[in-house]
Design a protein around this ligand. Structure first.
Ligand code: DC
Length: 231
């Protein structure tokens, strides 16, 4: 196997395990893992705290004007396959995963100016390749030249069940119906927005993991990466 480093783009619907796959692939090949959704979540948290978004309604102009004041940093710890997201120096990793952010992030992510700022940050992180980035537009917009692209999907009900189990295991009291509705709504907004809608890149490999275990999907993905690294 050659030693050259590539960019691996993992796009797909929300809550279908993209970051779990991306982290495992990064660990296997000694690559950096980057969760681009965390960046949109951090912007959303800033907007919530400054009352620039509420109930899915964004104060667009004000948020665009605030962008220069929003500094986002993601630190990845490869030995534990975890990352922390910092918003203006504060670790907000826990807070950005909670429902208020999940309920407001899609409308924030429709704003072209927000996307431009995030894409700039993401491209900088990919300058030296050797990166696995997951998101919605990584293979189509951020790194259209990525050497390997995956498009991950699963049924909305299965995704909601997984997210429900994850939050319940953390001790949070959540409603399955609310989570399912949030996932369906995010799918709708992500796929129909004008700026960089979620779509499969023409050259992406599709992974429908509705009926696959984590081990099965990982084995398949790693096989594809190994194949790609051979040439
Ligand atoms: O992957 P996630 O669920 O943490 O992403 C949160 C939101 O951010 C998602 O609803 C859509 C948006 N997003 C995006 O528009 N582009 C990306 N590259 C990543 C996420």
């Amino acid at each position: 196997m050659t030693n050259h480093k590539i960019i691996i783009a993992i796009d797909g619907h929300s809550s279908c395990g993209k970051s779990t796959i991306a982290k495992a692939v990064a660990a296997r090949f000694g690559y950096i893992f980057m969760d681009s959704g965390a960046m949109y979540r951090a912007v959303t948290l800033y907007a919530l705290r400054h009352k620039l978004v509420a109930d899915g309604e964004v104060k667009r102009e004000e948020l665009i004007n605030a962008l220069p004041q929003i500094k986002i940093e993601i630190r990845y710890y490869p030995e534990i396959q975890k990352s922390d997201t910092f918003l203006n120096g504060e670790n907000v990793e826990q807070e950005i995963r909670q429902l208020p952010v999940s309920q407001n992030v899609s409308p924030v992510a429709t704003i072209a100016e927000v996307r431009q700022a995030m894409v700039k940050l993401q491209r900088k992180l990919g300058e030296n390749k050797g990166i696995v980035m997951d998101g919605r537009d990584i293979g189509t917009v951020v790194f259209p030249e990525a050497e390997l692209k995956f498009f991950v999907t699963a049924s909305a009900e299965i995704r909601a069940k997984r997210r429900f189990d994850e939050l319940t295991a953390k001790g949070e009291t959540v409603s399955f119906a609310e989570i399912l509705q949030n996932i369906q709504e995010r799918d709708r907004i992500d796929s129909t927005r004008v700026a960089s809608p979620l779509r499969k890149a023409d050259d992406a490999l599709v992974l429908d993991n509705s009926n696959l275990t984590q081990e099965e999907q990982l084995e398949w993905v790693i096989g594809k990466v190994e194949e790609r690294l051979k040439f």
